[in-house]
Every structure is written in structure tokens, then in C-alpha cells.
Design a protein around this ligand. Sequence first.
Ligand SMILES: NC(=O)c1ccc[n+]([C@@H]2O[C@H](COP(=O)([O-])OP(=O)(O)OC[C@H]3O[C@@H](n4cnc5c(N)ncnc54)[C@H](OP(=O)(O)O)[C@@H]3O)[C@@H](O)[C@H]2O)c1
Length: 261
Amino acid sequence: MPTIFITGASSGIGAALAKEYARHGANLILTARRIDRLSDIAKECKKINSNSEILTFQCDVRHEEGFIEPVKQAIEKFGSIDTVIANAGFGVSGALIQLKVEDYRRQFETNVFGVLNTIYATLPELKKSKGKLAIISSVAAYLDLPNSSAYSMSKAAVKSLGGSIYMGLGRYGISVTTICPGFVESEIYRVDNKGVFQPEKKEVVPSWLQMKADKAAKQIRCAIEKRKREAVITLLGKLLVFIYRHFPWIYYFLSRKFYRS
Ligand SMILES: NC(=O)c1ccc[n+]([C@@H]2O[C@H](COP(=O)([O-])OP(=O)(O)OC[C@H]3O[C@@H](n4cnc5c(N)ncnc54)[C@H](OP(=O)(O)O)[C@@H]3O)[C@@H](O)[C@H]2O)c1
């Protein structure tokens, strides 16, 4: 059975990926900061496939030492790590004049350095297994979002990281898949600028614009399994990237029209 290591598996896309991989008969190492939420997801995965073995760990991706135990125990129990999904992330929102440098730095600590910590911690095992690495970026990596410069920058950075290491890690037999989702149903819009989940926070994106998380997880798993270099998820995401690439003036016209600070 393949072993899948997922960061940020306590909600949204990460939780949906855990269930998707359980459905396909994988063993799982699930990490996040909220261990109670992880335990619930692990129970749901077990219900989907009782043969899946699941380990859960409290691990904040900002701290490299947090990965020591999950990787060690994963190897003791499963013998290898075949796929690593660097998914943990959140969004700092607000226009430049509303933010401070520390907001940008906080955004990068999780979304960029958290991804690097994940990669360095698991790389020796991926080399042995000639495994698959996936980096969850965003359509925001392509689009210059007026009210989310910190988030767009962080996602552009990891998109660039994925593309840059694709060839080098390929020499070790490791595939690198950069995933750029558009709007996907999750808790991301109810997380504040400090990275804390606020249940009472309102959704800013209408639900009809969001792809169901389980559908997104299917498409993400498919792209990783095929060892694709990059995949843009959701039709709207694909459309926006297309417009931005080929008709940037339309994108900026619409941005200006709908921009609210
Ligand atoms: N949903 C979308 O529309 C969308 C679109 C494009 C890209 N993405 C990306 O998809 C990824 C997953 O986000 P989501 O939409 O599923 O949001 P979500 O429901 O808020 O899930 C985010 C996950 O990341 C974890 N996380 C956040 N900070 C962490 C930290 N410092 N250490 C460890 N885990 C941390 C959270 O767990 P804990 O709070 O328990 O730590 C949670 O499990 C993110 O990288 C996001 O940027 C989402």
C-alpha cells in the first residue's frame, strides 16, 4: 500500500485529499496544528477504508523540528513515504496600505517556508521511494490579486519553487507536481490574517463559485498520480489563467471595475 504524507489535513482540501487517498487504498500520515480535527478526519478515512492505516501528528509547518517525529514514525510503521503533499496554507488579505511587513513575513512563514520545511524533512525518503511531491500553490500565483498581494506573492513563490526543482528532483526519480486551485470549498476564508480559524467569519466567495473539495481532491490526486508538472484546478481557475495570460487587459479592466479596498 502506498504511503501518503499530507500537511494541513485537518480541513478543506487536505482533509478531502486524505479521504480520497483512503478510498484508493493508501496508508496516511496526516499533520496539522489542530490534532482534534485530525483525529476526526482519520476516523472518517478509516470508515471509508478500514484497511488504511493512519497516523496523525500535531505539526506546525513553520517549525522544521515538528517534522522529525512524523517522518520517523512513518518509516517505522510503513517503511517508506511515497507521496508528499505540501498543502498547509492560509491567506493574508488586505491592500498594501492596510498591511505591514510583518503580515507579509507571517504569510511567507507558513505558505513558503512551511513548504520548504515539508520538502527538506521528507526528501531523503522521497529519494529512496522515487516518490511524488506535490506543492499546493493557487491560481492566485498567476493573478495579481489587488487585495491579496501577500497571498499572491506566497503562492507565486511556491509555484516558482515547484517549477524550479522539477528537473533537479526528476534526476532522483521524484516527480514534482504544482497544483494551482481556483475557488474550492474549504475553511480558508474563515481564517484570519494571523492564521487562526474564526468560525463566525463570513464566506467571501459565493458557494456556487466554489468547487466541492472532494471533486478537487479527485482531480489533484489524478494529476499527482500521472506525475504531471502542473495542474490548474476548477474551470473558473483555468478560464482566469487563460484570460490573464492571453488578454491581461481584460483581467485588469475587470479588476479595476470590481476592486473594493
Ligand atoms: N480553497 C481554495 O479556494 C484554495 C484555492 C487555492 C489554493 N488553496 C490552497 O490550498 C491549501 C489548503 O487550503 P484550504 O483551502 O483547504 O483551507 P483550509 O480549509 O483553511 O485548510 C488549511 C489547512 O492548512 C493547515 N494549516 C494552516 N496553517 C498551518 C501551519 N502553520 N502548520 C500546519 N498546518 C497549517 C490547517 O490546519 P490547522 O489550522 O489545524 O493547522 C488546515 O488543515 C492552502 O495552501 C491554500 O492556500 C486553496
